[in-house]
Design a protein around this ligand. Structure first.
Ligand SMILES: Nc1ncnc2c1ncn2[C@@H]1O[C@H](COP(=O)(O)OP(=O)(O)OP(=O)(O)O)[C@@H](O)[C@H]1O
Ligand SMILES: [Mg+2]
Length: 423
């Protein structure tokens, strides 16, 4: 049952989650939770969780409509990454050809990959066992798509699959974690498809914020506009039909003493209100991540680009200027009572587009008993704005449908970047 429904749908309220996980933080190397909300004028709660000497990013960010929710969000993200950095499950070091002789193996042509390194079915690499959500049957997946130990040297044959945290999730229950992981995968897939759309099509999906009656969303929007920050939201829901929004915020006026950044966030959830709340709070989180300088992989080049006044003017003209016309009430939404219903919906929508085999690797550790999973949904697109990402079949089909020329790929990436950054 969903017993908590404020900006997120959860089995228990955030404070209960915190009470349960806080005693375990020292054992996972989480040394500090910091409230960074006050470094910005907006006031939407944002927290960070520090994990020094980690094997990937050492500071996790979290957001929410309350401070407790933001605290859980940052803490749970740090927890799930710790789990993915320190996997003690059995792995197989073998080639695809050999593995297939004994086990079911995921169709590797459907997984997010990079164009920098070819795949060889005869090369040995690490594989880990997951279970297919539809059948509960064991199935092997590349370890690269599960672990987050990004220390050098990477395991042998790394480089073909896209390394990321995409689909990694935690929760109060395993179902909750799986739902979150699947929503994240659907969100990133939608972002990649969205990045390929021409500007006019994007403009038509800009949401008229005055058509939103939900009071918690109106409160978030009021917090942003009161701080003299502009906000635009697009309905980027893909053919999967699960509500997905992209939000960009940016200061109304330039401030030479404190040049701030256009910042974006994205959110997916069966409930469109939760999806939108996640996108808006994530945009506020991105801005605070940049302000606080807490993210290890935000380079000085990124700061320079985002603070460039010409770039900011381009964003104002192309992103904020077009009028919003889409009525929020016209967007479909599901307000289920249980997490299981959300999960069934997500799986059914995947089946409808021919993607019926999501896989879960359970990373939960007995000593903490905090549900952590890595979800893999073959066929969904990976993260498009990572250099070297090779578009999958869905993106290629969309490109063909749009009669896109070969150079389209680079143009659309540039267009996407003009919308500000998500972190
Ligand atoms: N109230 C909560 N109770 C339990 N788990 C939560 C709660 N809020 C967030 N989480 C978990 O914390 C993790 C981070 O979630 P959050 O929504 O903050 O970020 P996210 O959208 O996954 O961020 P990113 O896009 O950076 O991965 C997820 O695994 C999520 O399931
Ligand atoms: Mg996440």
């Amino acid at each position: 049952m969903k017993n908590y429904r404020l900006g997120t749908h959860r089995a228990v309220p955030p404070q209960e989650t915190l009470d349960r996980v806080l005693p375990h933080l020292p054992a996972m190397g989480i040394t500090r939770l910091a409230n960074i909300t006050g470094l910005d004028e907006i006031g939407i709660p944002v927290m960070t969780a520090c994990r020094p000497n980690s094997k990937s990013i050492s500071v996790s960010q979290g957001k929410g409509v309350s401070l407790a929710a933001a605290k859980v969000s940052a803490t749970m993200e740090a927890i799930e990454i710790f789990h993915a950095e320190n996997i003690h499950l059995p792995v197989q070091f073998t080639s695809l050809t050999e593995l297939k002789k004994l086990h079911d193996v995921v169709d590797i042509t459907q997984l997010p990959s990079m164009d920098v390194s070819p795949f060889s079915a005869h090369e040995r690499r690490l594989w880990i066992e997951g279970r297919a959500l539809a059948t509960n049957n064991a199935i092997y997946v590349p370890y690269d798509l599960v672990h987050c130990d990004f220390t050098i040297p990477l395991p042998p044959a790394s480089g073909y699959f896209q390394l990321s945290t995409n689909g990694l999730a935690s929760g109060n229950t395993q179902e909750e974690a799986i739902c979150h992981g699947l929503c994240e995968l659907i969100e990133r897939d939608a972002m990649t498809l969205w990045s390929l759309l021409p500007v006019l099509q994007k403009n038509a999906k800009k949401v008229d914020l005055s058509s939103i009656s939900d009071t918690s969303i109106q409160t978030l929007i009021a917090q942003i506009t009161k701080a003299k920050v502009m906000i635009s939201v697009w309905n980027i829901t893909s053919d999967l039909g699960i509500p997905t929004f992209f939000c960009t915020i940016m200061n109304e006026q330039d401030s030479p003493h404190r040049p701030l950044y256009p910042s974006s966030g994205c959110g997916t959830h069966p409930s469109k209100t939760v999806a939108l709340s996640r996108a808006i709070t994530e945009a506020a989180q991105t801005r605070l991540t940049l302000i606080s300088g807490s993210r290890d992989d935000a380079s000085i080049e990124l700061y320079k680009q985002l603070q460039d006044s010409n770039y900011q003017q381009v964003i104002k003209d192309t992103v904020f200027a077009p009028p919003p016309n889409l009525d929020f009430n016209s967007i479909k939404s599901w307000e289920h009572v249980t997490i299981d219903e959300d999960l069934s919906l997500l799986l059914n929508q995947l089946v409808k587009v021919g993607l019926d085999n999501p896989i879960v690797v359970d990373l939960t550790k007995a000593e903490f008993n905090i549900p952590v999973v890595r979800v893999i949904a073959p066929g969904l697109e990976g993260i498009h704005d990572v250099p070297g990402y090779a578009f999958g079949q869905r993106a290629q089909c969309l490109q063909q449908k749009q009669n896109c020329k070969k150079e389209r790929q680079t143009t659309s990436l540039a267009e996407h970047k003009q919308e500000g950054t998500t972190l």
